[in-house]
Design a protein around this ligand. Structure first.
Ligand SMILES: [Mg+2]
Length: 432
């Protein structure tokens, strides 16, 4: 049968034989012809091309330029496959990934496949995921930051005031404290105003290596800054705190109990989390049932299987996987729905996912059950990203982004502008 696509997909026509699609030997009607990866800014960006002239894009976090060879590893494993049979393609590569940062390549490829499938069908990705249940999706503020001019409580209050007054009108704002906020004197440029935050020997190494028991002095230091931020936000805006990883069960419970009754949306990654290649659901079950403060984790976790224990044991109240680390859009959807069955809320991570990851989040958030709270608005850095891409999902109003109907992910590169920022070895990125 010949299907003529809507005008918005140009004049491409494709043939489909639904009855024969089950056969594994069936020659695909549309085939993947190339998988390219370019480092744009510092982000690994994927472009999958097809023999129908339709392409798809996906991206990983802007802090992962080292992943280029990892994306290239999957090249030969997907060439010749039908990109619109997304799950079949993913079955071939999904096992060859792991916890953050090693789930990024698989996730970015999955995103690009959805982009192709949407363009091929002439539909926005959210339609292929089951259709939207909301016209606009809420974001929480991770990406709009102002310089912290010092480390005193008033400096925390000042930056929080600016974020509260931002024209995006965020309803939830996240900030780092404890080990995630550099309070142990090592990470994030090294804070000099509190010594002995915890009983341990701080090490300076990549991605939150420190953990241990927080001192009495350290705990008071942290509480004063949290209280300053809560005072600014009041009842109007919820405060989410990114806390670890690295806190002990006892300190996690102590912090959660201290904050009961205040306008805290969640305490994120207190025990495990960012770049921790394991889950330890058992430890969260020693915290979550004993406090009314919501406990959150999940940004580093790869694949649904690794969420089973957290969900089935109600080890946390809120899950925050990252669409560019967990294995992709469909993986996120399954986890959110399974979490919903267990009364667990969903607030996805996405700080460094850029404008392509933002689009993926919008389509996903449009279809999720009511356990969806908000996803993290990415930091767009450098700002020239806004000049090299076109998209319907870039503007935030009243803390929300509207869901629009452009086929695929609804974002695309402006090649002539993008080429200014391509590295020499990536100059063929837009070649057909
Ligand atoms: Mg985090």
């Amino acid at each position: 049968m010949i299907v003529t696509l809507p005008k918005c997909v140009s004049d491409v026509k494709f043939r489909t034989n639904i009855n024969n699609r089950h056969s594994i030997t069936q020659e695909p009607e549309i085939k993947i012809t190339d998988l390219k990866v370019a480092i744009i800014g510092e982000a690994p960006v994927v472009r999958i091309q097809t023999d129908e002239g339709i392409d798809g894009i996906g991206a990983g976090e802007s802090k992962k330029p080292f992943l280029k060879p990892h994306v290239e590893f999957y090249h030969d494993k997907i060439i010749g496959l039908d990109p619109t049979d997304i799950e079949r393609v993913m079955l071939g590569i999904r096992r060859m990934g792991s916890f953050k940062p090693w789930g990024t390549a698989v996730s970015a490829i999955e995103m690009a496949l959805w982009d192709i499938a949407g363009k091929s069908a002439g539909l926005p990705v959210y339609k292929l995921l089951g259709g939207k249940v909301r016209e606009r999706v809420m974001v929480y503020n991770g990406g709009v930051r102002f310089e912290l001019k010092g480390k005193e409580p008033e400096h925390y209050a000042e930056t929080m005031q600016k974020m509260k007054e931002h024209p995006y009108k965020f309803r939830i704002i996240k900030h780092g404290v404890s080990f995630h906020g550099g309070m142990q004197n090592v990470d994030h440029g090294g804070m000099q105003d509190v010594q002995d935050f915890y009983y341990g020997s701080p090490v300076k190494a990549m991605r939150h290596p420190n953990r241990g028991v927080i001192t009495g002095k350290g705990f008071k230091y942290m509480m004063k800054r949290i209280e300053a931020m809560l005072d600014v936000l009041g009842d109007d805006v919820g405060l989410a705190l990114d806390c670890g990883p690295g806190m002990t069960v006892q300190d996690a419970l102590k912090l959660a109990k201290e904050l009961e009754g205040s306008n805290i949306m969640w305490l994120e990654d207190m025990i495990t989390g960012d770049y921790t290649p394991w889950v330890l659901a058992d430890l969260y079950t020693q915290v979550t049932p004993y406090t009314s403060t919501p406990i959150h984790t999940g940004e580093q976790i790869y694949l649904r299987q690794n969420f089973v224990e957290l969900i089935e044991r109600n080890a946390v109240n809120v899950l925050g996987p990252d669409v560019a680390d967990v294995g992709g859009i469909a993986e996120m959807k399954f986890i959110a729905e399974y979490a919903d069955l267990h009364g667990i809320q969903f607030a996805p991570h996405g700080l460094f996912n850029g404008l392509i990851g933002l689009a993926a989040q919008v389509h996903l958030a449009a279809v999720l059950p009511d356990n969806f709270i908000a996803f993290e608005l990415p930091k767009v850095d450098p700002k020239w990203w806004y000049h090299i891409m076109e998209g319907d999902t870039f503007s935030v109003e009243d803390g929300h982004i509207s869901v629009t109907d452009t086929p695929g992910l609804g974002v695309k590169f402006i090649p002539e502008e993008t080429k200014k920022y391509l590295r020499e070895e990536d100059k063929d990125f837009f070649n057909e």
